[in-house]
Design a protein around this ligand. Structure first.
Ligand SMILES: Nc1ncnc2c1ncn2[C@@H]1O[C@H](COP(=O)(O)OP(=O)(O)OP(=O)(O)O)[C@@H](O)[C@H]1O
Ligand SMILES: O=C(O)[C@@H](O)C(=O)CO
Length: 422
């Protein structure tokens, strides 16, 4: 059978993967998201998004996992590849964006690719190479306090150059707004100058549509989910509502949140202010050996019903830093993720069929604990966050999941999310 696969995508975290899949679906592609690299053949789809949990692991390991995904996607027929990174360019000073991008370029035998986290629908714009989150520079946004990947420099040329061997340059907005032809010409010029990565300015969807056309024949793009809206057009595809249909949702509703991002902390506060049942997990109690998972499940079980319950470790930056000083950054993160993932699994085993998980790392841990291997992408709740349907093999049932990136979603996300499934 001839492959229908047009685009092979590798996402460095799980919420990022659904964010990308959501934008591809909205622009008309049939998309399947897999959890890790599958063993068998690709399902029939225009794009497959392989979700990795590689954003904060050692760079060499992230490159190895990404290459395994790329080889599998290539074997399924993909000729263009999309390395999905965070719209706030989350990475440690050692990587992983630079080393993974270098490894993918080498594997594809290419010398150049465009890089842009711009996602204007979620207020991520790039101007003169500087990333803005809403009205402020990345370095002035809540991302400066991120528990694992604090971002303290908004100049993406500088950030990328610190992580990459090859030369990094800029495709300025003056070029981008001119359309696909000037962008293409600038790409050729940069290639002649030996540049390996070009950060691309983009302020709105029109810029991304121009960029999409300009890179139609480029084997690799490194981007947030924004560029995805500009690629389906290269295959004659246009937006269609039918691409996002899911089977009906069943079961009770719950939210599990391990994100400490500004938006998530506001969403937790909003949920509590509505008088809905919410339980905070204390990382120091987990570290002390207390069985917080079973305590949380015992608390949640009698409260499960028509209204959602929330189990969270989300906390303001001061508390996160205090915990990290006591336990270590990686250790605290991994321990909290493990506990929340066990809570997510326990909730689904107790009848939750509609589950919101907040935080990319947290979602990765939860989806692995649920035994999910593949997800169908459904309707969008807020920009970057769709409902998905999956088989939770560890629990023997189907579940609707919304994996919410830390900084995405309206303040009432934890309640409004369930309305479309009611
Ligand atoms: N109270 C806490 N103290 C210390 N670490 C915590 C606490 N709560 C959560 N964490 C850890 O902080 C990290 C949060 O990362 P996660 O990716 O889940 O959220 P996020 O960064 O806001 O989301 P995204 O990656 O989608 O932007 C996880 O490793 C989590 O276990
Ligand atoms: O691009 C984003 O901001 C999100 O999809 C994400 O990757 C958060 O982890």
């Amino acid at each position: 059978m001839t492959s229908t696969l047009k685009l092979g995508c590798i996402a460095d975290d799980f919420t990022g993967a659904t964010d990308l899949a959501n934008n591809l679906v909205r622009a008309g592609m049939r998309v399947v998201q897999t959890i890790g690299v599958p063993e068998g053949a690709a399902p029939d789809a225009d794009a497959v998004v392989v979700a990795l949990k590689s954003r904060t692991i050692p760079a060499a390991e992230a490159a190895a996992q990404s290459l395994a995904a790329q080889r599998w996607l290539q074997a399924q027929g993909a000729r263009q590849f999309y390395f999905k990174v965070c719209s706030t360019f989350d990475s440690t000073p050692q990587g992983n964006i630079g080393p993974v991008a270098e490894a993918l370029l080498d594997a594809l035998g290419c010398s150049f690719c465009c890089v842009t986290p711009a996602f204007p629908e979620n207020a991520r714009t790039v101007y003169k190479g500087h990333l803005f989150v809403g009205d402020v520079l990345l370095s002035d946004s809540g991302m400066r306090n991120h528990p694992l990947t604090p971002m303290t420099d908004a100049n993406l040329v500088r950030v990328m150059q610190a992580q990459a061997r090859g030369k990094v340059a800029l495709i300025d907005h003056r070029v981008v707004r001119g359309g696909a032809a000037p962008i293409h010409a600038r790409i050729r010029q940069l290639q002649d100058e030996g540049v390996r990565f070009a950060i691309v300015d983009a302020l709105d969807n029109e810029d991304l549509m121009h960029l999409g056309r300009a890179i139609a024949d480029m084997p690799l793009v490194v981007a947030g989910s924004g560029v995805a809206i500009g690629l389906p057009q290269n295959h004659g595809l246009t937006p269609s509502a039918g691409a996002a249909a899911l089977p009906p949702a069943e079961g009770m509703t719950a939210v599990v949140s391990g994100s400490c991002s500004v938006a998530t902390n506001q969403q937790v506060a909003d949920f509590i202010a509505r008088g809905l049942p919410a339980l905070a997990l204390d990382p120091l109690q987990i570290a002390g050996g207390r069985d917080v998972v079973n305590e949380a499940l015992a608390w949640a079980t009698p409260r499960l019903g028509a209204q959602p319950v929330l189990v969270y470790s989300s906390a303001p930056p001061e508390s996160v830093q205090a915990v990290q000083q006591r336990l270590g950054v990686g250790e605290a993160g991994a321990m909290v993720e493990k506990a929340l993932a066990a809570v997510a699994r326990g909730l689904v085993e107790r009848g939750v069929g509609r589950l919101v998980v907040a935080g990319g790392e947290t979602s990765g841990a939860a989806v692995q604990a649920l035994g999910v291997r593949q997800m169908r992408i459904g309707p969008q709740i807020d920009p970057g966050v769709p409902w998905c349907e999956a088989q939770a093999e560890a629990c023997g049932r189907s579940v609707h999941l919304a994996l919410k990136s830390g900084n995405f979603g309206a303040t009432d996300f934890f309640t409004k999310a369930f309305a479309p499934l009611a």
